[in-house]
Design a binder for this molecule. Structure first.
Ligand SMILES: NC(=O)c1ccc[n+]([C@@H]2O[C@H](COP(=O)([O-])OP(=O)(O)OC[C@H]3O[C@@H](n4cnc5c(N)ncnc54)[C@H](OP(=O)(O)O)[C@@H]3O)[C@@H](O)[C@H]2O)c1
Length: 364
């Protein structure tokens, strides 16, 4: 088994919602340096990362073998999160496989793959649960673990399986954006009595650092993380507890949901560079219908005892996340969560997703 302790890590997706806290955690105590791939080293996020000690930027795209080789070469670790909302599922599959193969060839010793649950497989291959941005990763995650049974001595590998960032439940233009109706913060989503396995983007940093720091335990591991299973009646109740303001969850049928605020994007490809005429391309509607069904019918599980062991100070509830965020917002002069979700303010939130910040534009 590879038990190599990495020190120079190539990161794909480093300027993203997930990548930023991961890079901060990797380089925090100068144990590691990070080489970060970006299509634009002059973006707001790339410039802010470049101010950190031990971070360097590499300009280019993951959809380019020459660039990938340059990124991996000279590094001993890799964290790879391929943006399926750029590529679409089919192109993501190809480049994720190539990343793993080139990483081995270029001498990477430990490879961490930014993964999502293989929902289709976990549902027993039931198409109601098809979500391209989940299956596109989860399928590759399975493939990496199977390759790793043979390759683990040459290059260790681990999966980092996260879930929808909880921040998205408080931001505009998201699948779970709240509205304020008659003074009540309202989440209208097709969740039934189910629960979303929300993740804290900040805790992603701790977990990925932990994977790199414990290769003797994590080689071959699929670390599946979450804050908790968040039922939205509970989310609304926690919001009221934290802010003192009214909030509610309204279970919404799929027809009404897709005729709501996301109607304008329902028929667009989920990946902004995916070919709409390619029959493998999923629309937003199809992709996120499967996504909601995953949560509504309880397909995705987590081992919270394991997460408590690995990260005793992890954020353990939506309420805890909201308390922290409410306080942080006030300290930063943005106001508390109640103020921030008001219609005149929510549009001004700094997007957690870089792809939203870039208005779903950019090259492959
Ligand atoms: N939204 C969620 O709740 C969630 C949760 C877990 C996992 N995910 C998955 O994570 C992936 C997106 O990452 P994110 O959540 O961090 O989103 P994000 O904030 O939109 O970040 C996208 C990242 O991908 C990079 N990127 C996009 N196209 C690229 C290309 N051709 N070459 C190199 N880098 C490229 C961007 O870098 P530059 O723009 O600087 O090039 C940026 O770092 C998706 O596959 C998504 O399914 C999403």
């Amino acid at each position: 088994m590879s038990s190599h302790n990495t020190s120079k890590i190539f990161v794909v997706g480093g300027t993203g919602a997930q990548g930023m806290p991961i890079i901060r955690a990797l380089v925090a105590d100068r144990k590691n340096s990070a080489r970060v791939l970006t299509r634009d080293p002059f973006s707001r996020r790339a410039k802010s990362l470049a101010t950190l000690d031990n971070v360097s930027m590499l300009e280019g795209s993951f959809a380019d073998e020459v660039t990938l080789r340059e990124g991996f070469r000279g590094c001993d670790g890799a964290f790879i999160n391929i943006d399926g909302f750029n590529t679409g599922e089919k192109t993501e599959t190809y480049w994720a496989i190539r990343c793993y193969e080139i990483a081995i060839e270029e001498g990477i010793k430990f490879f961490v793959y930014g993964n999502l649950d293989y929902g289709l497989k976990k549902s027993g291959y039931d198409s109601r649960f098809r979500s391209g941005h989940y299956d596109g990763k989860g399928r590759i995650g399975d493939w990496i673990l199977s390759q790793n049974t043979v390759n683990k001595g040459r290059m260790g590998a681990a999966l980092f399986t996260s879930g929808p960032y909880i921040e998205m439940a408080f931001q505009p233009m998201m699948p779970m954006t709240p509205t304020v109706e008659d003074g009540i913060v309202t989440w209208r989503v097709p969740l039934g009595d189910g629960a979303v396995v929300h993740a804290s983007s900040e805790d992603c940093g701790y977990y990925v650092r932990w994977l790199f720091d414990h290769p003797e335990r994590t080689n071959g591991m699929n670390l599946e993380v979450a804050i908790e299973h968040v039922a939205y009646a509970g989310l609304a109740a926690a919001f009221t507890k934290v802010t003192g303001k009214p909030a509610r969850y309204i279970d919404t049928d799929l027809h009404s949901y897709w005729n709501g605020p996301l109607k304008f994007i329902a028929n667009a490809p989920a990946g902004y560079n995916a070919d709409p005429n390619d029959k493998s391309t999923m629309t937003f509607r199809d992709n996120f219908t499967g996504f909601w069904n995953l949560w509504k019918y309880g397909i995705v599980k987590r081992d919270y005892a394991l997460l408590d062991e690995i990260h005793p100070k992890r954020i353990k509830s939506a309420e805890e996340w909201m308390r922290r965020e409410d306080k942080l917002g006030r300290e930063l002069g943005k106001g508390g969560l109640w103020e921030r979700v008001q219609p005149q303010n929510i549009q001004n939130e700094t997007p957690i997703l870089k792809s939203n910040e870039d208005r779903r534009k950019g090259r492959l």
